[in-house]
Design a protein around this ligand. Structure first.
Ligand code: AVJ
Length: 355
């Protein structure tokens, strides 16, 4: 357990649960910024090593008829940086398409959303997407939520200095276990921000459940600004998840490297090939790691065997169209108020309001 001395009382670190942390400070305290960061880094290291609380889930998944690994495990420090690199790839259009929407249509978005809201950023990462909206949306308070606490901590520390008037809260937690906001977050005028097509990792049924959860955490004036990737030509989707440089392959294989690093696994990383393709029937891109030969692996003393050609399913990335989006909003208790898209119609951001 991390001990905080009295000089750090300016930061209130609660412990909402194993593997999560909370950092909150209403105004920047420049003198103590360095110490505050050190304290959080310690706390975070603990969060990272505890994040495999699903080791049984992992072994069960690897032993299932279709082996699988939950995609939330992509995002350790290296994984987050590899994903960041993906967003710069020529083939990976979603990040640029959404950035174009946010830059060209920001006036329109700000008019629809309104200012002075409690902006709750779900999967904040480096917080840059939300920060880009601050000048137009002028949020009263910013709550950054991310599974990678280490990444979040650094980002928030920087952001505080750039926007000293916006109160900020950091929450390092796994949202797939349900989102519960601390009492310190005001419950009026909440605007959830869920950009980047993160919703695509959920099956449509789970996505609807996730939205219902958000609906329960906001009042009638509550809203959701959400980014979704749209159904398009299979060749474009295939390339976006199987780039020429092999960065997505590295991102995918990092899962195995992470199991080796953190759980003492014995995966031969080179013995698994990256495979990604758009599954038209399911409306999703699937990522797999395919065993190049018959092999077995030890994880913490447990043996897992793979046949030649057997795959480990590592991610689903669902793509939407207007019909499936309307169905999603309705199932989650929201109504679509406005929809913005990029010039190619590759990506959409929607303002959904609580019904
Ligand atoms: C972060 C889940 C939106 O599905 O496009 C990118 C993750 N996986 N390349 C996506 C991802 C492979 C990404 N999301």
């Amino acid at each position: 357990m991390l001990q905080l001395d009295q000089t750090e009382s300016a930061i209130d670190i609660a412990n909402p649960g194993i593997g999560s942390f909370e950092l909150e400070r209403e105004a920047p305290h420049r003198v103590q910024a360095g110490r505050a960061t050190d304290a959080l880094r310690l706390r975070n290291r603990q969060a990272v090593t505890e994040s495999w609380n699903g080791r049984e889930e992992l072994l069960e998944g690897l032993n299932a008829p279709q082996a699988w690994i939950p995609s939330k495990y992509f995002y350790d420090s290296l994984g987050s940086q590899l994903f960041d690199a993906i967003t710069h790839l020529p083939e990976y259009y979603p990040t640029r398409a959404e950035a174009a929407i946010f830059s060209r249509q920001i006036g329109d978005i700000a008019r629809a959303v309104g200012t002075g809201r409690i902006l709750i950023d779900l999967g904040a990462g480096n917080c840059e997407k939300a920060a880009g909206l601050f000048p137009a949306l002028k949020p009263a308070h910013y709550v950054a939520v991310d599974i990678s606490a280490t990444y979040l901590e650094t980002a928030l520390a920087r952001l505080r200095h750039r926007f000293p008037d916006i109160g900020m809260t950091g929450l390092g937690l796994d949202m797939s276990e349900g989102l519960s906001l601390p009492d310190s977050v005001p419950d009026a005028r909440r605007l959830f921000f869920y950009p980047g097509s993160s919703i695509g990792n959920f099956t449509p049924a789970d996505a609807a459940r996730f939205l219902s959860g958000l609906r329960r955490q906001c009042q009638q004036q509550g809203g959701l600004l959400i980014g979704v990737d749209l159904i398009k030509d299979k060749a474009i989707l295939d390339a976006a998840y199987d780039d020429a440089l092999g960065v997505t392959a590295a991102f995918n294989r990092n899962l195995l490297a992470r199991i080796n690093r953190e759980l003492g696994g014995t995966f031969d990383i080179a013995a698994f090939a990256h495979r990604a393709y758009y599954n038209e029937a399911e409306g999703r891109v699937e990522m797999h790691l395919v065993s190049r030969n018959a092999q077995h692996v030890l994880i913490d003393g447990y043996e897992v065997a793979f046949e030649k050609g057997e795959s480990i399913h590592t991610e689903n990335s669902y793509k939407y169209d207007d019909a499936s989006l309307s169905a999603l909003a309705e199932a989650g208790g929201f109504a679509i108020e406005q929809r913005w898209s990029d010039s190619k119609g590759y990506f959409a951001d929607l303002l959904m309001v609580a019904e």
